[in-house]
Design a protein. Structure first.
Length: 174
């Protein structure tokens, strides 16, 4: 088991799937996602695949069967639902930066405003194309996609969540 790439050192895949449900609810309840917006993923404990939310589902009401396992090569390993259409971005982030164990994509109010105004400087870059995200996220851990939203990565879901909260509510303590 690759300890450096795990989303949480001692978490099982079952716990990681439950955490995806929990953070989906958190993101939805905080107003960072509406309806079927955004997506979440977490690297599986062995590091060779990831769990990602399925396409077109409300992240505040996800169920376990709506979590899809996909190998880092892009082939679905388990689950009957279609993975998020943003799967290629998540895969590119994990491939380009093995230290990350979780990726969140939100359409949160402040992030969307920043993405429309082209970011907030080098600490939060704003890119034009999704294919540019992996090249920038390793250094900043967060990247705005122009006129769209934000991608945030961390060693685990909690770290990614804290960064999203810090960006969305810069004066709040996280």
């Amino acid at each position: 088991m690759r300890m450096d790439a795990q989303c949480e050192e001692n978490y099982t895949d079952a716990v990681n799937k439950e955490l995806l449900l929990s953070y989906g609810k958190r993101m939805h309840n905080a107003g960072y996602l509406r309806e079927a917006d955004g997506n979440l993923s977490v690297r599986c404990a062995a590091g060779a695949s990831l769990y990602i939310t399925s396409a077109g589902k409300n992240k505040g009401a996800l169920r376990l069967f709506e979590i899809v396992e996909v190998g880092l090569h892009g082939k679905r390993s388990s689950g009957h639902e279609a993975p998020s259409s943003d799967l290629p971005i998540h895969l590119a982030i994990y491939r380009s930066c093995p230290k990350f164990g979780a990726v969140l994509h939100a359409h949160s109010p402040r992030a969307v405003r920043l993405a429309q105004s082209e970011g907030s400087g080098p600490e939060l870059p704003c890119v034009e194309q999704p294919s540019q995200i992996p090249a920038h996220i390793a250094a900043s851990r967060a990247v705005l996609l122009k006129n769209h939203g934000i991608y945030v990565a961390g060693k685990n879901l909690e770290e990614a969540w804290r960064l999203l909260e810090k960006i969305e509510r810069p004066t709040a303590k996280t």
